[in-house]
Design a protein around this ligand. Structure first.
Ligand code: ADP
Ligand code: TRP
Length: 343
């Protein structure tokens, strides 16, 4: 069977450089290998977006972003999570093998209640990783490209899939998950994550991880003026323009490394380290380089985004066709699950 790649992005805000380099760029690359399924996690977004008009608008914008950044609906299957009813069914069924203790120690959940001021968390936030596991297992996914922060969710997914397989398939051997020797394949395939070390965590303007909930993003599709403002506000220190600059804990340096093509970065790196002419070695100059690099990398996508915005019916058609295809992938899996548990 062809290698199957699956991933999703929550439609919970404007997309930023972290989302692109940490996830979507890899989606675009992987659409050429085997079956590729990419969805808009709009059920997950309900844990943070409580306004219905905004929820719908952000779902649409995430679809535009996928298409504008290079996902081709003739190659990849693009769909909305909420168009696949089987996913919530599987989520419930998985719930009966998921230990609460796993969810209690989930990094993303702990981060939200410990660092982001959520004092009375809702069940949906707590159960978030179970729905994510359902997203992955429902389509017999082999590979899941995600940012580093999602690794633990993938570990949970494998653990729960194994637990389910052991519980419901007599003779299933976790050491032999494909059932090569035992002839007992699991109900679920075990997926692996794919992260890239060089861009595993894209820093935000303040040097923390770039994240919409930290308000430190450089957005992919914000108006020009706003992007310029965001780039200008990347945090720097007080090293004088003519002096060599430190490279540690410098979000501007790290962002240049991520955004500029390698040859352009090599030049910038040299100027950064040597200092000299204040015109070409001050932080203002490097911010200009970052803006130029950003325009080069995303100019065409930004234009496509604006064009697609005028074609909501076409976007809807693409998502509907994608959902139909995705349900075709889900059908045999949900049948195996229902048979296994006795529904
Ligand atoms: P946010 O932190 O802004 O809420 P999401 O959690 O919606 O972003 O992330 C969507 C995808 O983008 C995930 O695969 C995530 O790992 C990746 N991602 C988000 N921020 C970054 C970052 N700063 N660096 C690398 N990848 C990121
Ligand atoms: N949790 C992911 C994020 O915040 C989004 C997501 C939901 C996802 N379901 C998924 C990613 C399944 C990969 C596979 O980015």
């Amino acid at each position: 069977m062809a290698l199957r790649t699956l991933s999703g992005v929550q439609s919970s805000g404007r997309l930023h450089l972290g989302n692109y380099y940490g996830a979507i760029r890899e989606f675009v690359r992987m659409q050429h290998e085997g079956d590729a399924l990419y969805f808009i996690a709009n059920y997950h977004a309900l844990t943070s977006v409580k306004d219905p008009l905004q929820a719908r608008q952000l779902t649409f914008e995430t679809a535009l972003a996928y298409l504008a950044l290079g996902l081709d609906p003739n190659k990849a299957t693009l769909f909305r999570q909420s168009d696949i009813p089987e996913v919530t069914e599987l989520y419930w069924i998985l719930g009966s093998v998921v230990p609460m203790s796993n969810l209690e120690r989930a990094h993303s959940y702990r981060d939200k209640i410990e660092n982001r001021g959520i004092t009375n968390p809702e069940f949906g936030l707590f159960a978030y990783p179970v729905l994510m596991a359902a997203d992955i297992l429902l389509y017999d996914s082999d590979v899941v490209p995600v940012g580093k922060d999602q690794k633990q969710h993938l570990e949970f997914t494998r653990d729960w899939a194994t637990k389910f397989n052991v519980a419901y398939v007599t003779g299933y051997d976790p050491q032999d998950p494909t059932g090569e020797k035992s002839k007992k394949a699991g109900v679920f395939k075990l997926p692996v994550e794919r992260t890239r070390d060089e861009t595993a965590v894209v820093p935000g303007r303040d040097g923390q991880k770039m994240s919409k909930s930290y308000g430190n993003t450089i957005d992919l599709f914000a108006p020009d003026k706003e992007v310029e403002k965001q780039i200008k506000s990347v945090k720097t220190d007080s090293t004088p323009p003519e002096s060599p600059k430190p490279t540690e804990n410098q979000p501007l340096y790290d962002l240049l490394k991520v955004v500029l093509p390698p040859a352009a970065f090599a030049d910038a790196d040299k100027a950064w380290r040597t200092g000299g002419d204040p015109k070409t070695n001050g932080y203002g100059y490097f911010k200009g380089l970052l803006l130029d690099g950003y325009k080069q990398e995303f100019g065409a996508a930004r234009q496509r985004y604006n064009e697609l915005m005028k074609e909501p019916a076409e976007v809807e058609r693409i998502l509907k066709a994608g959902a139909e295809k995705a349900r075709g992938y889900a059908a045999p899996v949900i049948k195996r699950v229902r048979d296994a548990v006795g529904l």
